[in-house]
Design a protein around this ligand. Structure first.
Ligand code: ADP
Ligand code: MG
Length: 729
């Protein structure tokens, strides 16, 4: 493993070669080369220490300080053997990004230099919590916070600029125990889900002792040339273009999707893929996406906590590797208006220690009843907490996508496909309130037995649904491409866990009353089918018809983040979070506040950039061009031409004046609206003002700037245009 040879790959950029070192040989030769995985643990840890880690992974068992000390020594030896000089706790503060604070292994003792890493340093670090968002938690309590080791996600070595750092995945909590990050709540949700799902599995299979959620994340992104990006302050600062007329050729020819990958992009992909492989990220798929300069990559699914860590790590790697290739990666949900946005499809399922996928139908009536149980409970959970699920994907950037005519709409609905819709409809009809006759029972069993084992029928796909069943997993498609998907996955796993708990209670009650187990299960499932029927939708989720139909059904359709976030702190949600031990009220409210603050800041920054660009970039260019038109008219008059010979120029001057006036007027009004909003104390009210009173100016300012783009001389237009931005090669 350690004798990997590298070959150089040359890729060109503006005639400058970019040297990329690619490992020779098969991926399996260097996969997880930089991960302290079980194979390495066995090598570097004592038997006891190794077992302690496994116990922590499999059963959430604690690791005592003495044992941590032993593990730290082994981990340090491994890291040093790989050339790592520093270590860091790697965590996920509520900024949505990852954070690191590096310390050196190097210490001096009695004048001698040595490499050290204690158990304490492994299990706990104290970054200054006051520099991370805490939603007021840090004000009332202690300012300090600490990071604590998550043994269920393996440590890894990050290579950067020749340096190597041991990264230890951790949770981040305040000294009083409140969670300040995205990982801790997810781990809590997974613990609850494990317990609830194992309990339900006992009806069918006593061998199931552990259930874990699985996640496969499809990551969409855009690439843009760094040199072109550098002419666009909006893209650089906000991640999206605030101006830009649609290009003559966009995606209308649909020639990009699955097209051949341009050479330079291909080199970038190879480069970030091999970096990812070394860190154990099992990337599998790469292709062009629908929009020009848009691409996607997807790994093989993994246990969900690991999958989330890997997705965050992947995004970090992609951004860094892109720089080597003179590209910038855009993870924003909507970098370009009028061109498809990017999502992060979350493929989610449940796996058991016995190797079964609980959302995969089996070959016997018994295994199919087990499948139906988890399938229908998931539907019931999403139905019950659709608003909370909607809140979990809300962000200023995802607002551009949800509800636009391309991404899943803001209305939560579930697509099942024809076969399973029919199964559920039949089930609903056959199990009524009355007792089943033996014949009916046999028929029902037969019907359930008839669910085909393989449901992966590609013709039966609906790409417009936010939450679609795709044969052996659900695909939550409304998650934004820039999101840390642990927030939506925390909610999904929590609501399914709660639902499974309720299901178990109800079935047990019927069994206690003397009903047969299978019959009790079917009876409860049938009721769930009836109750949650409104959330099932097989049609086109992009159509206006669906908006009307959803309204009729009483489903929410909340278009904007400030209002969508309300669902996070309703009585119902607070009760859910508290009873499932995910957030106490303070934590939930703190998070709500942080999400609102983030929203405000994002819109505020966009408004500022928009104002700056309009006044300092666009208007001067327009005025300059207008002056040259005026000069031209003057010269034409000087040589004695009649007015009708420069009527076009006159008309252009008038048009430009109109746009300039409108832009200036609206920028001023936007600044004023911002001022008024900033004075509002209540954060929710302020967020709503930013949404309704500040953001509304974006469209009109943009419209007039984009008109100017079509009028003003291309030579003096200060910004790269869409045709250049979405044209990576
Ligand atoms: P598509 O949705 O484009 O047809 P795939 O069927 O290949 O793509 O699946 C997309 C993602 O779903 C991949 O990351 C894959 O690993 C993941 N996936 C497949 N099975 C499961 C599962 N049981 N649990 C979670 N994710 C899964
Ligand atoms: Mg997919």
């Amino acid at each position: 493993m350690s004798n990997i040879r590298f070959r150089a790959l040359e890729t060109m950029h503006h005639r400058k070669p970019v040297a990329v070192q690619l490992p020779e040989g098969k991926v399996s030769d260097y996969f997880a080369l930089n991960v302290f995985n079980q194979e390495q643990m066995q090598k570097y840890l004592s038997k006891d220490a190794y077992r302690a880690v496994l116990d922590a992974i499999d059963h959430g068992a604690g690791i005592d300080r003495k044992m941590a000390g032993q593990i730290a020594i082994g981990m340090k030896e491994w890291a040093n053997s790989k050339g790592a000089t520093h270590y860091t706790h790697w965590f996920q503060p509520l900024t949505g990004l990852t954070a690191e604070k590096h310390d050196s292994f190097f210490e001096t003792s009695d004048g001698k230099a040595l490499e050290q890493f204690s158990g304490n340093a492994l299990v706990q670090q104290e970054p200054d919590a006051s520099s991370f968002p805490s939603g007021g938690i840090r004000n009332t309590f202690e300012a300090r916070g600490y990071t604590a080791w998550d043994p269920s996600s393996p440590a890894f070595i990050m290579e950067r600029g020749g340096g190597k750092t041991l990264c230890i995945p951790t949770i981040f909590v305040s000294y009083t125990g409140e969670t300040l990050d995205n990982k801790a709540p997810l781990l809590k949700a997974l613990t609850m889900l494990d317990k609830a799902a194992v309990d339900v599995c006992q009806y069918f299979d006593k061998d199931v002792t552990k259930v874990h959620a699985t996640l496969g994340v499809e990551q969409e992104y855009f690439l843009v040339d760094t040199s072109i990006l550098n002419t666009r302050p909006d893209l650089q600062i906000t991640g999206r273009t605030l101006f830009g007329h649609a290009p003559a050729k966009g995606q209308q020819l649909e020639d990009h999707y699955f097209g051949s990958i341009p050479d330079r992009v291909y080199a970038f992909m190879l480069d970030f893929e091999q970096e990812s492989y070394k860190l154990g990220i099992p990337l599998k798929t790469r292709h062009n996406e629908v929009a020009p300069s848009q691409f996607e990559c997807a790994p093989v699914f993994e246990e969900i906590n690991l999958a989330v860590d890997h997705n965050l790590l992947l995004m970090d790697i992609m951004e860094k590797v892109a720089r080597r290739h003179n590209f910038a990666v855009l993870f924003h949900e909507k970098p370009y208006s009028g061109i498809n946005g990017s999502g992060k499809h979350n493929n989610w399922s449940l796996g058991t220690n016995t190797g079964k996928n609980l959302l995969s139908p089996g070959s016997t009536p018994k295994s199919n009843l087990m499948f139906l149980t988890f399938f229908i409970n998931t539907i019931r959970a999403v139905y019950e907490h659709a608003d909370l699920l909607r809140a979990s994907i809300a962000s200023a950037s995802n607002d551009h996508r949800l509800g636009a005519n391309e991404a899943p709409p803001a209305i939560m609905s579930i697509f099942l496909g024809g076969q399973l819709s029919k199964v559920l409809n039949d089930l609903e009809k056959s199990v009524g309130e009355k007792k089943l006759t033996p014949d009916e029972k046999t028929e029902l069993k037969l019907n359930i037995g008839k669910i085909p084992e393989i449901l992966l029928d590609n013709t039966d796909r609906n790409r417009t649904s936010p939450f679609a069943f795709t044969g052996n997993k659900f695909e939550f498609r409304a998650v934004g491409s820039s999101a840390n998907c642990s927030s939506s996955m925390t909610v999904l796993n929590t609501i399914v866990a709660e639902q499974l708990n309720n299901f178990k209670k109800e079935v047990d009650l019927l069994i206690d009353k003397g009903m047969k187990k299978d019959e009790a299960i079917l009876k409860v499932l049938r009721r769930y089918i009836v109750e949650s029927k409104n959330i099932r939708f097989e049609g086109n989720g992009y159509g206006d018809e669906w908006v009307k139909e959803a309204k009729r059904r009483g489903l929410s359709n909340i278009q904007t983040t400030p209002l969508a976030l309300d669902a996070f702190v309703t009585k119902k949600s607070l009760k859910l979070f508290e009873s499932m031990n995910i957030f106490n009220h303070r934590e939930a409210e703190a998070r709500h506040e942080i999400m609102l603050e983030t929203y405000i800041k994002k819109i505020q920054i966009e408004a500022r950039v928009m104002g700056d660009m309009a006044i300092n970039h666009i208007l001067p260019a327009a005025i300059k061009y207008q002056t040259s038109l005026a000069n031209n008219i003057e010269s034409l008059q000087d040589i004695g031409l009649k007015a009708d010979m420069y009527a076009t120029q006159m008309e252009q001057i008038r048009e430009i004046s109109g746009h300039i006036t409108t832009i200036k007027k609206n920028v001023d009004a936007m600044v004023e609206a911002r001022r008024r909003a900033n004075k509002v104390e209540n954060v929710r009210d302020r967020a709503i003002l930013y949404c309704d009173k500040v953001k509304v100016y974006f469209d009109v300012i943009r419209e007039h700037v984009d008109k100017l783009e079509m009028l003003v001389d291309d030579e003096i237009w200060p910004l790269a245009k869409y045709r250049e931005l979405v044209n990576v090669r």
